[in-house]
Design a protein around this ligand. Structure first.
Ligand code: G3P
Length: 220
């Protein structure tokens, strides 16, 4: 139990790494949570700090999602090699590992949007979610990224694209042959990402959500 909790805490801490916040502090001395949509995600970094910082934050946020899944896949089998830990049978390990990935995926999403370093504030977990998807099952991640790209090309609205990608990931993981823990991860994680966009939904309904390149600020 202690080891499982340590694995989960590690995933949460990966997610908590506040790349967008640090970019604001280091590059302009500002708290990005006081600007634009107040999110620490790459979209708000783009409107507040520009293209290159946004690209760097996007990369870190995607990587930390993938890293949490990769870490869970490495950590639990490694744990069973320790002399003091009684390893489950090989079949049990096969069953348990996808559950570890599921919990780590949810923990990293939570960490990104409720960072321990930022008084439990943060981003909307879309980019981190993409990293989780790519590491969990790359075809699901690729499908979601494609939907994101198509909706973005048509609408130029990032929030709409993120929510469409989250829905596409849910549809894909249900349509494809995937273990139950992966399905639960994507359904719960996808819905979480959509709920995190509720201020964006209100702006979308009011016709006030900024489009890429429009210079809009999109405050929360
Ligand atoms: O991933 C976040 C994006 O979908 C929306 O960001 O800053 O426009 O609320 P923002």
């Amino acid at each position: 139990w202690i080891a499982s909790a340590a694995g989960l805490a590690a995933a949460y801490l990966f997610g908590s790494t506040p790349a967008g916040y640090l970019a604001g502090k280091l590059l302009k001395g500002i708290d990005i949570r006081q600007h634009g949509s107040r999110s620490t995600g790459a979209t708000n970094v783009l409107r507040t700090l520009g293209k290159w910082p946004a690209l760097a934050v996007l990369l870190v946020d995607v990587l930390k999602g993938a890293a949490a899944v990769a870490f869970a896949r490495w950590f639990y089998p490694w744990l069973y090699t320790l002399p003091s830990v009684t390893p489950p049978t090989a079949i049990d390990q096969q069953t348990l590992l996808p559950w570890a990935v599921c919990l780590a995926g949810l923990a990293v999403l939570l960490g990104h949007s409720r960072s321990i370093w930022l008084n439990f504030t943060g981003g909307k977990s879309a980019a981190t979610g993409l990293g989780v998807l790519l590491a969990m099952s790359w075809p699901v991640g690729l499908g979601a990224a494609l939907v994101f790209g198509v909706v973005l090309a048509i609408s130029r609205i990032v929030s709409l694209s993120s929510m469409s990608a989250a829905l596409a990931a849910i549809a894909l993981v249900c349509a494809m042959e995937q273990p139950l823990p992966y399905r639960l991860l994507v359904i719960a994680g996808g819905l979480y990402v959509i709920v995190r966009h509720r201020a964006n939904v209100q702006r979308l309904l009011a016709g006030a959500e900024p489009r890429l390149g429009s210079g809009g600020r999109g405050s929360n």
